[in-house]
Design a protein around this ligand. Structure first.
Ligand code: CA
Ligand code: CA
Ligand code: CA
Length: 328
């Protein structure tokens, strides 16, 4: 059954081929500063519920050359990272391809209690407090695109990148880049990233607005949004062809919250723009959060590093800004 709901018309991916900025994760259009993963002894109140992050990359079948997955600030210590006590965290990064890397249900489940390491491991490295990699890039690869799992529903050869906090309690802050070059960030035309559960840090600057872009297929009639440890930091709202700022529930400290949202006809075959707007008075710093969406069947819905079909707009108010009453 699940295959049906993720079965996109390949034409939809044509829109993705245009973008050259699809390869950083977090993506340019998301305006999210950092990904975060804590060591497995971390305190969930610091914003990570299970100490694992899984990001998928899709490479078009037309890609000829090798691909690389690059990590910025892979170590846990020094700059950027979030210290608790002393630096004692070990973080493992692993790249998977081959059959089952993405198609295995365990890889796309909310609870990482199944075979989320499905597929063939193509590369792996563990980092601790290592000044050599502090504020630097580390490159996995080269990988031949055909080492990924070929899934036309996901636009080509799919690689899975798993980040796991093996031990310790510190927060690992990092970003990723899918590159055609080992030593620099060179985008791969037509490639993109997607994820089913996203863990990241919000901006410290209260004027920055972050976004995620789930795609709504014609099978979706409602969505359930869940988020964790948002610390009541402002609002989350939906902009879409039919929604002009509908509010989603926002969690407090170390708790989950969910909200249910009806999907109208106008939103089918387009992306939602889920906007995260910080509280201008609270000025919360280092706010780490988790978010995911499910359809009415309880299946996780992917977010895309570039919105399929472009950034959605409310169709009844062209030229009019979203409701000003939505300010926190
Ligand atoms: Ca520590
Ligand atoms: Ca780091
Ligand atoms: Ca938080």
């Amino acid at each position: 059954m699940k295959q049906i709901f993720y079965c996109f018309n390949i034409i939809l991916f044509a829109g993705l081929m245009m973008s050259a900025n699809a390869q950083p994760v977090p993506a340019v259009d998301e305006n999210i500063p950092w990904l975060i993963t804590f060591g497995k002894d971390g305190d969930t109140a610091w914003g990570d519920d299970d100490f694992i992050q899984i990001i998928f990359f899709s490479i078009p079948e037309s890609q000829q050359g090798s691909i690389y997955i690059r990590v910025f600030d892979p170590d846990v210590g020094g700059m950027h990272d979030e210290l608790k006590g002393s630096w004692n965290t070990q973080m493992r990064y692993s790249v998977y391809g081959g059959r089952g890397a993405c198609s295995n249900e365990g890889a796309r489940k909310l609870k990482r209690d199944g075979n989320y390491k499905s597929g063939t491991m193509l590369g792996s490295k563990t980092f601790g407090n290592d000044p050599k990699f502090d504020g630097k890039w580390f490159t996995f690869g080269p990988f031949n695109p055909s080492e990924g799992e070929l899934l036309q529903d996901y636009g080509g050869y799919v690689f899975k990148f798993v980040v796991e906090g093996l031990s310790g309690d510190d927060g690992n802050v990092y970003t990723l880049f899918l590159s055609s070059d080992a030593n620099s960030n060179k985008p791969i035309e037509g490639a993109f990233a997607f994820y089913f559960k996203y863990k990241f840090r919000l901006h410290d600057n209260v004027n920055e607005v972050s976004h995620i872009y789930p795609y709504i297929t014609d099978k979706v009639v409602s969505i359930k949004q869940s988020n964790f440890d948002w610390d009541d930091d402002g609002i989350i709202r939906i902009i879409s062809p039919s929604k002009n700022g509908e509010r989603m529930a926002v969690s407090g400290d170390d708790v989950w919250v969910t909200s249910q949202h009806h999907i109208g006809k106008d939103d089918i075959n387009s992306s939602l723009d889920i906007q995260m707007i910080k509280d201008k008075n609270k000025k919360i710093r280092n706010n780490n959060v988790v978010i995911y969406l499910e359809n009415q069947y309880g299946e996780l819905m992917p977010f895309y590093s570039i919105p399929i079909g472009g950034i959605p707009k409310y169709k009844y108010s062209i030229g009019i800004k979203p409701k000003s009453g939505d300010k926190p």
